[in-house]
Design a protein around this ligand. Sequence first.
Ligand SMILES: Nc1ncnc2c1ncn2[C@@H]1O[C@H](COP(=O)(O)OP(=O)(O)O)[C@@H](O)[C@H]1O
Ligand SMILES: [Mg+2]
Length: 283
Amino acid sequence: MDIVSKWTDLLEAGIIKTNNGVIVELNAAARAMGFEEGKVVRIPKSRILKTEIGECEALIYGEHIILKPIDTFSQMKQFLIDAIAHEILTPITSIGGLLYLVKEGIDVEKNIEKIENHLGKIARIVDELLLLSKVEMGNYVPRSRRVELRGVIQEILKLYADRVERKKLEVKVKARGMMKTDPEALGIIVRNIISNAIKYTDPGGKVTISASNKRIVVEDTGVGIPPKELPFIFQRFFRASNVRDRGGSGLGLAIAKHLAEVLGFEIAIDSRLGVGTRVELKM
Ligand SMILES: Nc1ncnc2c1ncn2[C@@H]1O[C@H](COP(=O)(O)OP(=O)(O)O)[C@@H](O)[C@H]1O
Ligand SMILES: [Mg+2]
């Protein structure tokens, strides 16, 4: 009997395997819901569990517990607000520290530049969220222009120049040609893909970006994505089990995918754990 398939969207369901209530195995969605192996799960009489992504309905089947999020708007909103607040709070805290240094007259020029970078980051997060909500409400109308690809990529790389240098990453760009598309949305999609390649590649690694009028490909020699978790990475808030040591909200690829759909692009991801990841954005 295939219990899970009765849900139209399997990706939204989490499966927990337990042994006398102790979690022995989780699928990626269950992990995204905030469960941890070795923990005890107790299913309340009402069968409603509180999880990181809001309330879930639990269905017990043998030693498996299948979870289905009760996707009420207010719960999603609450989680979204928490995630955003955290993403924005981090740069704000840094700005506080940097302002103190400036007041003391320490490395003034350099620290003011850092403050500007953090402010830019906050503005980008807010911009992206406004855009995402527009797209999800069906209110986003892309405005196509001819976009010069090399320029787009260079602008994005400037944002991460510090990080690239700190991690001694080798970044190669082979970009030619133009695309007729919405420059703002394309910029956000490509930035999320490039920022992931930089974030999830360890020091000394390599990031290769190639672009032509039909496709943009970003390859890295980073940590990769566990094969079982690959189907979930476009889900909002999902983060793979091997990246817990790095910051992130799990929103980037969800946003990128939504925007790509609006522009008529497809995003394909290939990844090998511990070897690297290849993300292709194609017309
Ligand atoms: N280039 C990559 N290399 C390894 N893992 C990646 C890469 N890109 C995305 N991922 C995985 O997909 C997850 C979702 O990505 P994303 O939505 O951008 O969220 P975030 O980067 O905030 O965690 C990441 O947490 C990571 O596990
Ligand atoms: Mg990301």
